[in-house]
Design a protein around this ligand. Structure first.
Ligand code: NCD
Ligand code: ZN
Ligand code: ZN
Ligand code: ZN
Length: 364
């Protein structure tokens, strides 16, 4: 039996659905899924049904989460024209500003260029980087395809750090590459579903294969792998919706919501890719722990690590996952890596099957 000892993984893109969507996930179940998946720090997104776009809404999240999280949990703030007035107040308490420039779950869409511009102009930042430290906190953009051009242009104009969420298309890879080559302060993220699935899988998965951005073509998927060296971060975009809600024939006949769960399974998929020779272990650790910490200035955790067994074959089965939503787009997939133990600040919190003890995570 071969055991790898890895740093606790960091996921800077998760949707824990609290407040407002706790039937799908909550701070307890979401952070349990995290530690079972080898994550010890995660950062929650603001697109709740009660969105995180005021100081009060952010404080409510801190209050709600206190004493209930199994790994460390931080928050991003939502950028809208109406939330600009809170930027200075909340700046020190968040990791970044999320701007939704395309339609997705929630009602935070900002698709008018003058609104996007006002947000980029207003997010506090410092004109110069000091002592090699990045200047300011990143603006995270949900910007698909041509919309990404606007985000890049605004980041350049207002000297903001830009983090491109869930890059999925070959054309987006090219845009990011070009911006990086021009010296722009830009980082990018890819999800496990865009790495391990493509649009051909939608036939099999049906509505369970629908998320934003949608799965790309085989060519887009290949472009992500071919350019893995310019990808900074794996963000899981853990976006749980109940199995029934995703069922196209269920209930009200409304279109099923976009998004797939990921926290339980991402580490297994990434280390399986390492075992298959698709990337190095160093690069995987870089994208899943080191770069997320650097880019978002995430606090260090002492004596915190994950033990992963490699070599055997396991099958992903939703019934073994801790997420409350009860399904996985990777159901039935074979992996060659399994989390056997998660240790947070010297304490074993997951033993490969069960969550151990009371929640000891910090709201950071
Ligand atoms: C996310 C969600 O459900 O909150 N859905 C998704 O399809 N990715 C929102 C998002 O990240 O765009
Ligand atoms: Zn919608
Ligand atoms: Zn998004
Ligand atoms: Zn998301």
């Amino acid at each position: 039996m071969k055991i790898l000892k890895l740093p606790g993984f960091i996921d800077i893109h998760v949707h824990l659905r609290e407040p407002g969507g706790t039937h799908k996930e909550n701070f307890e179940t979401g952070t349990q899924a995290a530690i079972a998946g080898g994550y010890t720090t995660i950062i929650d997104m603001p697109n709740n049904s009660e969105p995180t776009i005021t100081t009060q809404a952010l404080e409510d999240k801190f209050e709600l989460a206190k004493g209930r999280v199994y790994c460390d949990l931080g928050f991003h703030f939502g950028g809208t024209p109406a939330s600009i007035e809170y930027f200075k107040e909340i700046y020190d308490r968040v990791y970044g500003l999320k701007v939704y420039m395309n339609h997705t779950t929630g009602n935070l869409l900002v698709d008018q260029e003058e609104d996007i511009e006002l947000i980029f102009k207003s997010w506090p930042h410092f004109a110069k980087a000091s002592r090699g430290k990045p200047a300011g906190k990143p603006i995270l953009a949900h910007a698909e395809s041509r919309t990404l051009e606007i985000a890049i242009r605004m980041a350049k104009k207002y000297n903001q750090r830009l983090h491109v969420c869930h890059m999925s298309l070959a054309e987006e890879v090219e845009m990011v590459k070009k911006a990086k080559n021009e010296g722009l302060n830009i980082t990018c993220e890819v999800t496990p579903h865009h790495l391990f699935l493509n649009e051909n899988d939608v036939e099999r998965l049906g509505t369970y294969g629908l998320m934003k951005p949608p799965l790309g073509s085989k060519k887009d998927q290949d472009a992500l792998w071919e350019n893995i060296n310019i990808i900074d971060v794996i963000g899981s975009d853990h976006a749980p919706h109940l199995k029934d809600e995703k069922n196209p024939t269920a209930g009200s006949g409304l279109n099923p919501p976009f998004g797939v769960p990921n926290l339980d399974t991402t580490l297994s998929l990434m280390i399986t890719a390492v075992n298959d020779g698709r990337l190095t272990l160093d690069k995987a650790i870089d994208m899943c722990a080191i770069r997320p910490r650097e880019i978002f200035n995430i606090p260090k955790q002492s004596d915190t690590f994950v033990e992963v067994e490699v070599g055997e074959t396991w099958t992903i089965e939703a019934k073994n996952l801790k997420t409350k939503c009860g399904w996985s787009p990777f159901e039935g997939m074979s992996v060659s890596a399994k989390v056997r133990k998660t240790v947070l600040r010297g304490q074993e919190v997951y033993d490969g099957e069960k969550i151990i003890g009371e929640p000891t995570g910090l709201v950071i």
